[in-house]
Structures are given as structure tokens and as C-alpha cells.
Design a protein around this ligand. Structure first.
Ligand code: F6P
Length: 359
């Protein structure tokens, strides 16, 4: 048995199906080595006295593998390097509280932190590791946009949810002879849109990696009409935008994307004369439990993170390297965003099937 360690675990950013499975695997892997495990609630809030730090026991992680969300809570508004703090006049300033995080981590006697998060949280984890915290990152996001791993857990569950929605929309679109525009998440990458769109046999798929031409979309709708197929399913990534234009933001201040389906519906119906409806799947894609592949990936990541700690491998992120799990430097993982490759086989498959990619 390795020297007894005290490890901390947190979950940051938007939730993703599989977070609880990572927590369970990490906790049991630690306890089975004779170590102690603690959960830092709400990303870094727990290390800043704004939420609790809780012991994680076998009881805490019993029966949670299949559950959505995270038992530790999460936030995408908790960067300790730019902590939103109210000034006396009520305005908000961003304050660097990272030294407090480091000091509190040390005062609790933790030997390592397992930071489960997407690109923002992994960037914070990387910066904390540069300040001396022994960190192991675990890549989480439905967007699948983390460099260095072909898959993040949560992604395939989101694809499953989106595919199911597209399947369901086929029958109503057909009955009403409508164009249905389905908006899926993914920030400025088109992984969910492409995978769910191909699996769900969409007619048009719009991804941020390929700025679209509205004429091409309308041509596809009208061509289907001529062939007697009086409905069209368009799957649009929330970050999709027209060539020469820009993405649609729900909230320009925070750069939160959303609303491209509404814009497309009004433009397509105006140009083609077809009845059209918009539907944005939004957080539905993140809710609920993980499909079995994501559960397994999450459990493997959790166990691998503890193996990294045991081996003294820090400042790293666990990553899928089929058929294995490996660790890569966090610096590499946060160096750039993983976007849909334009020469990839899923995109080639879409084109081979005659799906319009908006170009
Ligand atoms: O990164 C995950 C994600 O779901 C993105 O796909 C989406 O743009 C964003 O989070 C939405 O965040 P929120 O739930 O805070 O609106």
C-alpha cells in the first residue's frame, strides 16, 4: 500500500453526465489504497470559505454512478484568478484570490487535487499547478472540445439525447410538412451537431467550423420539396454562423451563445415560403444520467487520476488513448481548442450521404 494521502476533488464549469461516476471511482480508488478523500463543493468556492469541504466516504459515493449532475455542485462563475467581488458602490470587480486557494489547500493538508472540468476549469487547474498545487485534471464536457483526448465523458450522452430529439422531430416535421431547425450545444465547435446530425439523418448540418451560406440551405429545402419530400430537418450548432457574419449570442456580455435556430427559421421560411419551427435543446443535453459508455469512461478517468497521484504524475490530465487511458501535460490540454477536423471521416460520411453542410 502506498504512503497515506489526503486527496481533494472538485467539479467545475457546466455539468456533464458522468461527473458522479468520476467522483465515485476516484474516491473508491483512494479509499482502497488506505487514503482519505474530500470533496470541495462548488468548484473553488469550498477553498475560499464560500462553500463546504466535505469528507467523501464509501457511503457518499454509493449508488451514484448512473446519476446526472454532480454531488459536489458546480459553477461556471468561480474563477479564483478573477473572482467577482462587489465594490462598496455595488459595482463588480474581478479579484485574484488564487493565493487564498493555495493557502487553504495547504492548510487542509491535502496532497493532491483532482480537478474535473472543461477547458475553463482545466485552465484554472493548470494555473494552480504552476502555483504549486499538485493537480490531476479530468476532462469533462458535453462539447468534446478538449485537446489531447478523442472523447470527453458526457459528449456521447449529449449526442444520444440530441439524436433522440431529431428522431422525434422527424415525424412531426413530416406530418406538418415543415422545416424544423434544431439547435444543439457545443459552444464554438460542432461535435454534437455533426455526430447527432449524421446519426439522426438530418438533411442539413451547420457547424461553426464551416460558416454557412443561407442560399445553400434554402436550395436543399427546395430541392427536397421538388422531390416530394416536403419536410427538412436542419441541425445547427449553437455557434454556427454565416460566412462573413457572426454567431448569435443570447447574452453578448457573457458571450453566451443561443438563438441561431430562431434566426434561421425566420430566414428560411421567408426565402422558401415553408412553414418552419425552431427548437433549442439547451441544458436538456447536459441533464440526466450518462449512457453506459460515458459511465465507463468516467469511471476509468477517475481510477486513472488516482493512479497518477500514486505515481507522482502532476500538472497532468488523464486522456483517452484507445484502448487505454494515458496522462498528458495540462499545458498541452489547454493549449488550444479541439475543433471538428475538416478532413475527418464523420464529416466525409455526412457529405457522402448527401447531407448539406451549409457550404
Ligand atoms: O460547455 C458546456 C455548455 O453546455 C456549452 O455547450 C454551452 O454553450 C454552455 O455550457 C451553456 O452554459 P450555461 O448552462 O451556463 O448557459
Amino acid at each position: 500500500m502506498s504512503a497515506k494521502k489526503k486527496i481533494a476533488i472538485n467539479t467545475g464549469g457546466g455539468d456533464a453526465p458522468g461527473l458522479n461516476a468520476v467522483i465515485r471511482a476516484a474516491v473508491l480508488s483512494a479509499l482502497n489504497r488506505g487514503w482519505e478523500a474530500y470533496g470541495i463543493r462548488k468548484a473553488y468556492h469550498g477553498l475560499l470559505g464560500e462553500a463546504e469541504i466535505v469528507p467523501l466516504t464509501r457511503d457518499s459515493v454509493r449508488g451514484i454512478t448512473h446519476l446526472g449532475g454532480t454531488i459536489l455542485g458546480t459553477t461556471n462563475r468561480g474563477n479564483p484568478f478573477a473572482w467577482p467581488t462587489k465594490r462598496p458602490d455595488g459595482t463588480i470587480e474581478k479579484v485574484d484570490r488564487s493565493d487564498e486557494v493555495v493557502a487553504n489547500f495547504r492548510s487542509h493538508g491535502f496532497d493532491a487535487l483532482i480537478a474535473i472540468g472543461g477547458d475553463g476549469s482545466l485552465r484554472i487547474a493548470h494555473e494552480l499547478s504552476l502555483k504549486g498545487i499538485p493537480v490531476v485534471g479530468v476532462p469533462k464536457t458535453i462539447d468534446n472540445d478538449i485537446e489531447g483526448t478523442p472523447l470527453t465523458f458526457g459528449f456521447l450522452t449529449a449526442v444520444y439525447v440530441a439524436t433522440d430529439a431529431i428522431d422525434r422531430l422527424h415525424s412531426t416535421a413530416q406530418s406538418h410538412e415543415r422545416v424544423m431547425v434544431v439547435e444543439v450545444m457545443g459552444r464554438d465547435t460542432g461535435w454534437i451537431a455533426l455526430f447527432a446530425g449524421v446519426a439522426g439523418t438530418a438533411d442539413v448540418i451547420l457547424i461553426p467550423e464551416i460558416p454557412y451560406d443561407l442560399d445553400k440551405i434554402c436550395q436543399k429545402v427546395l430541392e427536397r420539396e421538388r422531390l416530394g419530400r416536403r419536410f427538412t430537418i436542419v441541425v445547427a450548432a449553437e455557434g454556427a454562423y454565416p460566412a462573413g457574419g457572426s454567431p448569435v449570442f443570447k447574452d453578448p456580455d457573457t458571450q453566451r451563445l443561443g438563438g441561431v435556430c430562431e434566426v434561421l427559421v425566420s430566414q428560411i421560411s421567408q426565402r422558401t415560403g415553408k412553414d418552419a419551427r425552431a427548437i433549442a435543446l439547451r441544458q436538456l443535453q447536459r441533464g440526466g444520467g450518462p449512457i453506459s459508455y460515458d459511465r465507463l469512461l468516467a469511471l476509468r478517468f477517475g481510477a486513472a487520476a488516482v493512479s497518477c497521484i500514486e505515481a507522482g504524475d502532476f500538472g497532468c490530465m488523464v486522456a483517452l488513448d484507445p484502448p487505454d487511458i494515458k496522462s498528458i501535460p495540462l499545458a498541452e490540454a489547454v493549449s488550444r481548442q479541439k475543433r471538428v477536423p475538416l478532413d475527418g471521416d464523420v464529416l466525409a460520411t455526412a457529405r457522402a450521404l448527401g447531407i448539406c453542410m451549409g457550404d
